[in-house]
Design a protein around this ligand. Structure first.
Ligand code: HEM
Ligand code: HEM
Length: 130
């Protein structure tokens, strides 16, 4: 398994722990965190834990299952950087809170999704017969 894919899985575990901790904090000490902390919790769990786990496993497994090499390892490296920087930025924006950086983080995450979609589509190429 490539180092970057291992890092995707590792980051998924980190986000699960941090996101879970925010969930526990929101539940136990209402009002202690920013009113937008539930959004940070939700995205750390969904984009962070679920998403990063899917990216790490998907980038390893999909080329093997489809019998084709990943279209671009470089694109996946850039996706890793964009998604992590984006998720951390959007969560700081919600937790601090600093509303102005939320759309910047959001654009980073969306850019990462775009790269993942492009990379996977060009790898599995369902429109090509073989
Ligand atoms: C350690 C485990 C978890 C704890 C303690 C926890 C706790 C919470 C709490 C207290 C809320 C309500 C926040 C509010 O007052 O609005 C919440 C909302 C939510 N949680 Fe969790 N949660 C956990 C795991 C998860 C997981 C695994 C996921 C998804 C993969 C998840 C997704 C969500 C979503 C989508 C919301 C709604 C956020 C919103 O209202 O904007 N949570 N969670
Ligand atoms: C491009 C990436 C994303 C951006 C920029 C983004 C942005 C946002 C924003 C700004 C909100 C707050 C909406 C409001 O003001 O009520 C929100 C809510 C939410 N998002 Fe995302 N999101 C993204 C990806 C995702 C993904 C991938 C998931 C799930 C897998 C997700 C699940 C949710 C949920 C569950 C809520 C809470 C809805 C609610 O309780 O009102 N988001 N998102």
């Amino acid at each position: 398994m490539l180092w970057r894919n291992r890092l995707f899985v590792l980051m998924a575990l980190v986000y699960a722990l941090v996101g879970g901790l925010i969930g526990v904090a929101v539940a136990t000490v209402p009002g202690a965190l920013s009113p937008e902390a539930p959004l940070a919790h939700a995205h750390l769990m969904l984009v962070g834990f679920v998403g990063m786990m899917i990216f790490g496993i998907g980038l390893h497994v999909l080329p093997r299952f489809s019998g084709r090499p990943l279209y671009s390892e470089r694109l996946a490296d850039v996706q890793f950087a964009l998604m992590n920087a984006g998720l951390i930025t959007i969560c700081i924006g919600w937790l601090a809170p600093v509303a102005s950086i939320v759309p910047i983080g959001g654009a980073g995450i969306w850019g990462g999704f775009l790269l993942f979609a492009t990379n996977v589509a060009l790898t599995i190429r369902p429109w090509a017969r073989r």
